[in-house]
Design a binder for this molecule. Structure first.
Ligand code: OAA
Ligand code: MG
Length: 591
């Protein structure tokens, strides 16, 4: 049986039935021995699959009213369910009806979390089939509110908590997680949750949300995903004084105490899950994010979503926009508000791509890109006082205090907001951008919606319909002077699920910047001519599974080319292979 399992452990031919076959009938019965065998192979100490009442309580295998008569007989379910048998489609319809009745996004979020706790496949079926409607519920912006309220809405652990209390025995804690064949870990320390700041242990909502997208958008099977929150305390006074706060009630540990815990964690992960588990760093504060990436990128399979994932998706949007803006990448001038993980990460990837395209030294390309931080434009005279990740962006220019002054002085063609601060692209800024650009590209990337540098409506109305606009969190289409403008969502959710799939399916042992460029290119290629004509620079999320397979294939191809892929032989058709690896939420038939 092991030989039938593909690299992702989906055991496609035996366990994870192709939905096409499943719909067409003639489905192989798979529940029972085979299943127990797989569980034993992967997690020898977990109990084999339940039956009867405990089967209904097991979210991974529960099908609720969709259990057939035969299954009810075979698995001691008779009488535990009312007589009716519903199809998964009807269950889905019923749940979407009920979710749509909630007024508040947080209620929808909680309904989705409850569904995941009850019936995992149905949760993913809903999310995949209604991705545009439900992404804002399980992800930004609602996930931000969920993290703020996580203490009060906490019902059940959805991931692992590793706190300072566990220092010295992190490996033991990892072993408490019931799954053994983990492929992707998303880890945060909660210090910079979206643009909402330090939410401490309550940041757990982010790894949970990101990993549900790994499954829904990228097809990584849920049991291979592990959300982790590292709790070293919080400096958020409100949380420290909140009786329902779920984390350590102490100020953040820093320095040696912090790095020792992180190091123990990184080593324990390797020991517990091997070399090929992808560790995604998420929502760490700037100083730690850069340091952790630099420290572990040569020894572990690590990826920072805020630095690298965001960079890849934004580069893709910029490249797409060139079709409308005209000129090549190097013909444009970029101005950023925000010089943290996202700002400098995007700037660097744009410079790298420019350098490759024009065969110009990276240093030269960086000169087309300017960044403004809280102290004004980053210029040479500030060099000594700059954090190291800002130093490459200290250009020869006189000091400039504000964003508006920088816009007027530099006349950029592209304005990118990665500041974590809402309402910073003012009317004057947008008007200035539109005064010297036929079509200014304006990206307000900070999340959640409250932190967006400007809204879609502001961008279109202040620019009198000239702006090409994208944001990090979703905005509805805007009607301006009788014309409908559809904003793009430049969110790393386009990239990380497919990127992770590509890494995992090729057995990549390291992440290389060229793999991020490959992902970016793959995404840009997915925008159709018809979509360009509508002014879109990103394809719709409704196509995301196909997009993820294309991204995965390009990323895997690059990993093979660079000699970083360990899965041999290389599959001939990587797109087909990616698709065959993807988790399907369609119910399986149980013997
Ligand atoms: O989570 C998101 O929507 C994008 C992201 O990584 C962030 O804002 O930190
Ligand atoms: Mg993030």
């Amino acid at each position: 049986m092991e030989s039938t399992m593909n690299e992702l452990g989906n055991a496609a031919s035996v366990l994870d039935i192709d939905p096409k076959t499943a719909v067409g009938g003639g489905v192989e019965d798979v529940y029972g021995e085979d299943f127990a065998t797989e569980d034993q192979l992967i997690t020898p100490w977990t109990v084999s699959v339940a039956s009867g009442y405990s089967l209904l309580r097991d979210p991974r295998h529960n099908k609720g009213l969709a259990f057939t008569e035969k299954e009810r007989d075979a698995h001691y379910l008779s009488g535990l369910l009312p007589p009716v048998v519903l199809s998964q489609q009807l269950q889905e319809k019923k749940l979407m009806n009920s979710i749509r009745q909630y007024q508040l996004p947080i209620q929808k979020y909680m309904a989705m979390m409850e569904l995941e706790e009850r019936n995992e496949r149905l949760f993913y079926k809903l999310l995949i089939d209604n991705v545009e409607e439900l992404l804002p519920v399980v992800y930004t912006p609602t996930v931000g509110e969920a993290c703020q309220k996580y203490g009060s809405i906490f019902r059940r652990p959805q991931g692992l908590y590793i706190s300072l209390k566990e220092k010295g025995r992190v490996l033991d804690v990892l072993k408490n997680w019931p799954e053994r064949s983990i492929q992707v870990i998303v880890v945060t320390d909660g210090e910079r949750i979206l643009g909402l700041g330090d939410l401490g242990c309550q940041g757990m909502g982010i790894p949970v949300g990101k990993l549900s997208l790994y499954t829904a958008l990228g097809g990584i099977r849920p049991s291979a995903c592990l959300p982790i929150t590292i709790d070293v305390g919080t400096n958020n006074e409100k949380l420290l004084n909140d009786e329902f706060y779920i984390g350590l009630k102490q100020k953040r540990a820093t320095g040696q105490e912090y790095s020792e815990l992180l190091h123990e964690f990184m080593s324990a992960v390797k020991q517990c899950y091997g070399e090929k588990v992808l560790i995604q760093f998420e929502d760490f504060a700037n100083h730690n994010a850069f340091e952790l990436l630099a420290k572990y990128r040569t020894s572990h399979l690590v990826f920072n979503d805020d630095i690298q994932g965001t960079a890849s998706v934004v580069l893709s949007g910029v490249v797409s926009a060139l079709r409308v803006l005209g000129g090549s990448l190097a013909d444009h001038k970029f101005l950023f508000l925000g010089a943290g993980e996202a700002g400098t990460g995007i700037a660097e990837l744009i410079a790298l791509e420019m350098s490759k395209r024009t065969n110009t030294p990276l240093e030269e390309c960086r000169k087309r890109i300017y960044l403004v931080d809280s102290k004004g434009l980053i210029v040479k005279s500030r060099f000594e006082s700059l954090q190291h990740f800002k130093q490459p962006w200290a250009h020869d220019h006189e000091p400039v205090k504000t964003l508006l002054e920088a816009v007027n002085a530099l006349k950029p063609t592209v304005l990118i907001g990665a500041s974590g601060m809402g309402k910073t692209f003012t009317k004057e800024v947008v008007e200035a951008m539109s005064s010297f650009n036929e079509r200014p590209l304006i990206m307000a990337l900070s999340n959640p919606t409250s932190q967006a540098e400007c809204t879609a409506e502001e961008a279109y109305s202040w620019s009198k319909g000239k702006a090409i606009f994208a944001s990090g969190s979703p905005f509805d289409p805007v009607e301006y002077e009788g014309k409908v403008f559809v904003p793009g969502q430049g969110n790393n959710a386009y990239i990380f699920p497919g990127f992770g799939l590509g890494v995992v399916m090729s057995g990549a042992i390291r992440v290389h910047d060229d793999m991020l460029l490959a992902a970016s290119e793959a995404l840009a290629e997915q925008v159709t001519d018809a979509e360009y004509e509508k002014g879109l620079i990103y394809p719709p999320f409704s196509k995301i599974r196909k997009i993820s397979a294309e991204i995965a294939a390009k990323v895997a191809a690059k990993a093979y080319e660079l000699g970083l892929a360990s899965r041999l032989p290389r599959p001939a058709n990587l797109v087909k292979y990616a698709e065959s690896c993807m988790y399907s939420p369609v119910y399986r038939n149980y013997r």
